[in-house]
Design a protein around this ligand. Sequence first.
Ligand code: PLP
Length: 461
Amino acid sequence: MRYISTRGGIGPITFKDAVMMGLASDGGLLLPQFYPNVSSEQLESWRKLTYPELAFAVISLYVGDIPADDLKSLINRSYSTFTHTEVTPLIKKNGVYILELFHGVTLAFKDVALQFLGNLFEYILMERKQTLNIIGATSGDTGSAAIHGVRGKKGISIFILHPYGKTSAVQALQMTSVTDANVHNIALHGTFDDCQDMVKELFGDLEFKEKYSLGAVNSINWARVLAQVVYYFYAWLRVTDTTAEPVHFSVPTGNFGDIFAGYVAKRMGLPADKLLLATNENNILTRCINSSDYSLGEVVATVSPSMDIQIASNFERYLFHLFADDSSRLKQAFAELKERGRISFTPDEMTQVRTDFCSASVDQEATLQTIRDFFAETDYLLDPHTAVGVKAALDLLPPDSARVCLATAHPAKFSETVERSLGFQPPVPESVTALYGKPTRCEIMDADISKVREFFIAHIG
Ligand SMILES: *Cc1c(COP(=O)(O)O)cnc(C)c1O
């Protein structure tokens, strides 16, 4: 399998090169040249596989340059860190299936992809005798999952900037309690945007970027999307017993990475029916799907903060396919976005969008109400992101069908919101209790680029 860029200026390149490139160097996103087709016989033959076995079956279709045994061992190591034997178990409650993606080390679905990406980075770097310095800004979830993905790994150092005192207590501890020598937490006196500006400035200095082999871990890496394709197959195999049954998926969406993985699974032949894209008040994608209105708004802070996004970076991957894999139409769309703050679509394109997705936006009031109602009916606690997807599924998907709702975080990770909704705190898993009292390491500094740069140079491996 080879990879090309949505902007038409790269490749075809191998899987390992695509992983190391991350963002395509022509400014686009990398995609496989085609989607391998999984026949219904092949799909049936996967029914008895464990999660890591299924992950190997799916992922190996996209990897042409890592020997099978090595790839198996990378996958096995990545999922052995999950605390549930099924890795991503399904639970049926109130007529919907909850696909629990939060049994990894940081209790959010990002662990599914970042445990695998960390191991992949280490494997490729060792082979190439190279090193990588990852720099990223986080408002909480991505940073902690990335740190746990690469802690203690050879050839990699990671520097994560977060706004001091502005993440949840659990999120901060999940980062600062990692004291491995290759992990560097920086807490800035400032906002998440200040952190992001620092990172952008370092990446913008091309000489600096080259000299210190800077890399990123944001959701544009193809390997992250690929790791997420697996659990759509896993869920489908667990909730059906014949290949004819359609299954709907409801996905709480921010950067469009998770739901794009569902789209890829469908393109490979998974008989998924509706892909329901659920948003909070940051609903540009819902407006696009339901009323052809892809126009930028202001980011609103909500109780589902990991979905507070206006420009969903992975949407570019879908747009490329919507535009019949035509890079010039894609570039024209992004030029329009830059000039006029919007993208316009033809009626035929909109028909296709509505064939691929349906969508609903769930506001904060309804999110809190859903946590309450669902608990009253089932005794099951939803985190606010998952609640957005569950509410959309209950409203939009036919009740007599298999409806799978992706549960993207453990309720204890957003306990403040759960408490606001229900009046009590969700039970805290042992891994979280254990964080309190652990030694921590974190550099607190002013949002001053020269200080950040100095710290980085003094601490690289
Ligand atoms: C990142 C995140 C999301 C959004 O996922 P995307 O792939 O960005 O669409 C939803 N819920 C939680 C808890 C997250 O951490």
